[in-house]
Design a protein around this ligand. Structure first.
Ligand SMILES: Cc1cc2nc3c(=O)[nH]c(=O)nc-3n(C[C@H](O)[C@H](O)[C@H](O)COP(=O)(O)OP(=O)(O)OC[C@H]3O[C@@H](n4cnc5c(N)ncnc54)[C@H](O)[C@@H]3O)c2cc1C
Length: 386
């Protein structure tokens, strides 16, 4: 049979209760002034800390390491709810980068000592994590990185520079990818570098188009001296660690955008019913109502893809293709729905204070970070045997 008759789309009672409590928490405690934060490029640390206390950063981390022990589907459902309740896409992005590209690789590849040292702080938000792969001449082609780690007895010296690193200006722990020798996928390794490590310099936040409440920065590593115990996994594990963390990240990083898209649809319906032109609500014009239907269709198809990928991750099934398709589709849907919402609100939508144009600026980044849309198509084509 082609379709599984037992297919179940219901959240369990616990999952539904968690989603409701996340929305209530976000509305009550994440009501900071995002317009001002966006204009100033200010990271909302108090909101981050509130998320940590609530348990957001620790959702998929086992309880023994200070987290909530939620599976992938429950985690992603909760992050969707967070996006619905909280309009600060930058905060959502900072949390997701921390979670998928630092905490999850640590959980998957870390030694017991590394997990005990870092995961409780990463789970409660008292530590902020980042992943540093991209370099000036190695973006889409991550195999071209030139930052090195040279072993000297029980220590390594790291030399090089990284750019476009989410959370770098505010981070406590950096998961840095470097060349250690070897060939192909075994050429790189990953190291956990603490903020105060001698030789690590962190640049100021880079000004950018959107996601301005999530600081982005550069780091330089000059004879940066770390113990061998800071290496994540074995020498040569860098490629495997990066692939694993990208699969998690591409599966989950845009969950919050589904919540945002749901809010956009509701807001557009409201506006289309109340804004009148030519003596009637603009929603009576088919051009307007069809735009909203297309937004709804995009939301629902993107949501189904997200849930299926999250479900596969929960089952421990391979999800590389699903994760790439999810990241590609959700990011493109988020851009289009944000543009549609702005257009539908006319001049009102173009004004910064009305908090509609910001979604367009925030959404565009989704087509670039975590591998561009073009690269997701390349990955999917390769997996399809092309
Ligand atoms: C908001 C934001 C946050 C980020 N956070 C992090 C982070 O935390 N850590 C980190 O390490 N990096 C981070 N990055 C970097 C991000 O991963 C890279 O920007 C991305 O991989 C693209 O690399 P690039 O910018 O060098 O573009 P390039 O690789 O130079 O690409 C330029 C253009 O060429 C296209 N292109 C390149 N190669 C191909 C190809 N083979 N086929 C088709 N088209 C191709 C690209 O799609 C793109 O359109 C972040 C970037 C942004 C914008």
């Amino acid at each position: 049979m082609l379709i599984d008759p037992a297919m179940d789309f219901d959240w369990t009672e616990e999952q539904a209760a968690l989603r409701s409590s996340v929305i209530a928490f976000a509305r009550a405690e994440l009501a900071h002034d995002v317009v001002a934060g966006d204009a100033a490029g200010a990271f909302p640390r108090a909101a981050w800390d509130a998320c940590g206390r609530f348990g957001i950063q620790g959702l998929p981390i086992p309880e023994v390491f200070g987290g909530q022990g939620a599976d992938a589907l429950t985690t992603i459902g909760a992050l969707e709810a967070l996006g619905y309740g909280c309009p600060d896409n930058g905060l959502l992005f900072a949390i997701n980068a921390h979670l998928w590209s630092c905490a999850m690789p640590l959980l998957t590849f870390g030694s017991d000592a590394q997990k005990r040292r870092y995961l409780p702080g990463l789970s409660d938000g008292s530590l902020i994590g980042v992943q540093a792969m991209t370099e000036a001449d190695a973006g889409s082609d991550s195999s071209a990185i030139t930052t090195t780690a040279t072993r000297q007895g029980e220590r390594y010296l790291l030399r090089g520079a990284k750019t476009f690193i989410t959370n770098a200006p505010i981070a406590d722990v950096f998961l840095v990818f470097v060349v250690t020798g070897g060939k192909g996928i075994a050429r790189t390794s990953a190291f956990l570098v603490d903020r105060d490590t001698p030789g690590l310099t962190i640049g100021p936040p880079l000004a950018k188009m959107g996601l301005r409440t999530a600081p982005l920065g550069e780091i330089a590593l000059a004879e940066c001296d770390v113990p061998a115990s800071a290496r994540l996994g074995e020498e040569g594990d860098g490629g495997a660690i990066f692939l694993s963390s990208m699969e998690w990240e591409r599966a989950g990083i845009l969950a919050g955008a589904i919540g945002t898209m749901e809010r956009q649809v509701e807001q557009c319906i409201d506006y289309a019913r109340t804004r009148r032109q030519f003596g009637q609500p603009i929603g009576d014009f088919q051009a307007v109502s069809h735009t909203i239907v297309d937004m709804k269709l995009r939301l629902e198809t993107a949501r189904l893809l997200l849930y299926r990928t999250a479900w596969r991750k929960s089952q421990g099934r391979p999800a590389r293709l699903d994760a790439s398709l999810t990241k590609l589709h959700l990011s493109e849907c988020f851009v289009q729905s944000s543009i549609d919402a702005l257009q539908l609100h006319g001049g009102h939508g173009y004004l910064t204070d009305n908090e509609i144009e910001r979604d367009v600026r925030d959404a565009i980044a989704g087509r670039i970070y975590s591998g561009t849309s073009e690269m997701q198509r390349n990955i999917a084509a390769r997996i399809l045997g092309l």
